[in-house]
Design a protein around this ligand. Structure first.
Ligand code: FMN
Length: 370
């Protein structure tokens, strides 16, 4: 039977009445000190509650997991309370919300690290690029990332347990579930991709070993809050933050198959033409085959994101390429995106200058249809 963008779907225990999802979007506006969601964030998410599901901006599971200025966390009581206000507002509008759990690994800087130490990674290999840090005056500036410190086994175990605690905190904050961020060149992706993982222990080398940390995190988080509340986001063949893998078909095929072991809420994949926040149309010709293979390898609900329009989303659902489509930039600029897609109404353009940091402008002032 063929489905449509506006046909209902079941996600774990949740009945969604359509398939237009709000993608996770970092907006760098957490309250200071403490990286706590503010009343402005409550309003931002409330405005977008007509999404079939909101996936929150990436949220650090620990202080060590932070890599950019003003991103929110889910490891302190204040943050749990801040997120509770967000989930309450979304639920009051009839919406659903998953919190995206994030550890940046090497994409960090001593200014964010406990005791000003080095960021951690599978291997002492720096990311090519910069991250958005804070200077002594508390202003956001682009800063070079240092050579990270290679994680030892104790350090890895501590991170798995931080994921467990963060998932528990997310439920305490009223979230319907969590999405484990295993893409975009952050910690879990750094373990998965062969270019950024030169380890010779059980977390490096073979595909099984490179996938181990992600699978341990999934095992732990599902144990803690139930598989139907847990999702995973992957960016196979992503190039953002210096990622690269020798055999992406095999690596991501293995992961997709192994994820069948749990009855997860969904698996979320990002089209690789999306390099971070920028669309690069020079799509890798292998992708189309890979997405079909991953679709077959994974037996649960599949979500896709990256450069979708209402039309291409409708096609992807009707053709069975995906079950749900997540929209990023269109949701920033159109709080009522589902209504606009349904009515084929014009979309507000997104202003890239206000994506990261700042105030209400470009955050909660995009107009909805009358
Ligand atoms: C401003 C901005 C922030 C983003 N932050 C996140 C994030 O926190 N976590 C994540 O997994 N992806 C993040 N992404 C990627 C989006 O979730 C999405 O995959 C991407 O924007 C492609 O979808 P689109 O073409 O509909 O915008 C971000 C993208 C943008 C534009």
């Amino acid at each position: 039977m063929s489905h449509h963008l506006f046909s209902p779907i079941k996600l774990g225990q949740l009945d969604l009445n359509h398939r237009v999802v709000m993608a996770p979007l970092t907006r760098s506006r957490a309250g200071q000190p403490g990286n706590v969601p503010t009343s402005m964030s409550v309003e931002y998410y409330r405005q977008r509650a007509s999404a079939a599901l909101i996936i929150t901006e990436a949220t650090q599971i620990s202080q060590q997991g932070q890599g950019y200025a003003w991103t929110p966390g889910i490891h302190s009581d204040e943050q749990i309370q801040g997120w509770k206000a967000v989930s309450d507002a979304v639920h009051a509008e009839g919406g659903r919300i998953f919190l995206q759990l994030w550890h940046v690994g090497r994409v960090s800087h001593p200014v964010f690290q406990p005791d000003g130490g080095l960021p951690v990674a599978p291997t002492a290999q720096p990311v090519p690029g910069k991250t958005f840090i804070l200077n002594e005056k508390g202003e956001g500036v682009w800063g070079d990332v240092p050579v990270p410190q290679e994680l030892d086994i104790k350090g890895i175990e501590a991170i798995v347990s931080d994921f467990r605690q963060a998932a528990r905190n997310a439920l305490a904050a009223g979230m319907d579930g969590v999405e484990i961020h295993a893409g975009n060149g952050y910690l879990l992706d750094q373990f998965i991709n062969s270019d950024s993982n030169q380890r010779s222990d059980r977390y490096g080398g073979s595909i099984e070993n490179r996938a181990r940390l992600l699978l341990e995190v999934v095992q732990t988080v599902t144990e803690e809050i139930g598989a139907e509340r847990v999702a995973v986001r992957l960016t196979p063949m992503g190039r953002f933050m210096g990622m690269g893998d020798d055999t992406p078909e095999q690596t991501f095929g293995y992961i997709a198959s192994r994820l069948n072991q749990w009855n997860l809420a969904y698996l979320h994949l990002v089209e690789p033409m999306m390099v971070g926040t920028v669309l690069d149309e020079s799509n890798d010709p292998r992708w189309d085959a890979i997405i079909k293979q991953l679709r077959a390898d994974f037996h649960g609900v599949l979500m896709l994101a990256g450069g979708y329009t209402g039309e291409t989303a409708e096609q992807a659902i009707a053709q069975g390429r995906a079950d749900l489509i997540a929209f990023g930039r269109p949701f920033i600029a159109n709080p009522d995106l589902p209504a606009r897609l349904r009515g084929r109404t014009e979309l507000n353009p997104a202003d890239g200058n206000s994506f990261f940091g700042g105030d209400a402008k470009g955050y909660i002032d995009y107009p909805a249809l009358a």
